[in-house]
Write a protein that binds this ligand. Structure first.
Ligand code: ADE
Length: 225
């Protein structure tokens, strides 16, 4: 998979992609992540990328020309399965969207800043808009980092133990059951007996039951979906 990201602050994205699983996925050649500095496509000597809003109002808006030039250049080099705009005024990211995106070949992500981008960019180029939650960040970079992390770990071969991604919270609209490791007892706190029993069908039942109970208590909305 190839992921291109257009940003006014590409440096913000270097660290999240240069560690741990996402880094290893790139080293294994399972994903290629390429950052594009929007400023490079800015207008005039000052490389202008934003301007005040028509109609008045606080906050700058990212201009249409620099973004359109950058997107068109990338589109001339390959076909993108999705061109995604990270914005708080969109549907919230969920596991199902991450699963779908993990199967794509080329994804282009545009991150906003200030008041956002000129609406015509959204109308003309964007195929999917994603928010990572009902709160506003200073820019879309951290949101893009969250999206890329959620997607990359699902690409076949990225996580060694395939089972591990399949049993995550949300994979079947349930939160994960509690997990334990050694020691079996710590200051009087015991690991549930069933997990030490070696009876794997019973353990599976117990885990399903706990996952259901936890979901019922914390996220009952998931059970309605
Ligand atoms: N940009 C600013 N806030 C955001 C959010 N919550 N999700 C996605 N992009 C954003």
């Amino acid at each position: 998979m190839r992921i291109d990201i257009i940003s006014v602050a590409p440096n913000l994205l270097e660290s999240p992609f240069n560690h741990s699983i996402v880094k290893r996925a790139q080293e294994k050649g399972l994903v290629e992540i390429i950052l594009h500095d929007l400023r490079t496509y800015g207008l005039g000597n000052y490389k202008q990328i934003d301007d005040t809003q028509f109609g008045g109002g606080a906050g700058m808006v990212l201009m249409i020309e620099p973004i359109a030039t950058c997107i068109k250049k990338l589109q001339s080099e390959r076909i993108y399965n999705e061109i995604i705009y990270m914005t708080p005024d969109a549907k919230t990211l969920n596991q199902s969207t991450a699963n779908t995106l993990s199967l794509k070949e080329n994804i282009l992500i545009l991150t906003g800043h200030y008041k956002g981008v000129d609406q015509r960019i959204r109308d003309k180029f964007i195929t999917k808009e994603i928010s990572i939650g009902d709160y506003v960040l200073t820019g879309g970079e951290l949101a893009a980092a969250v999206l890329v992390d959620a997607v990359v770990r699902l690409i076949p071969g990225v996580i060694g133990d395939e089972q591990s991604a399949l049993t995550d919270s949300y994979q079947d609209n349930l939160l994960s059951p509690p997990v334990y490791t050694r020691p079996a007892e710590f200051e009087g706190l015991k690991v549930p007996e069933i997990l030490l029993s070696g009876n794997f069908p019973k353990i599976e039942d117990w885990r399903n039951e706990k996952a259901y109970e936890r979901t019922q208590e914390i996220r009952p909305d998931l059970l309605k979906e």
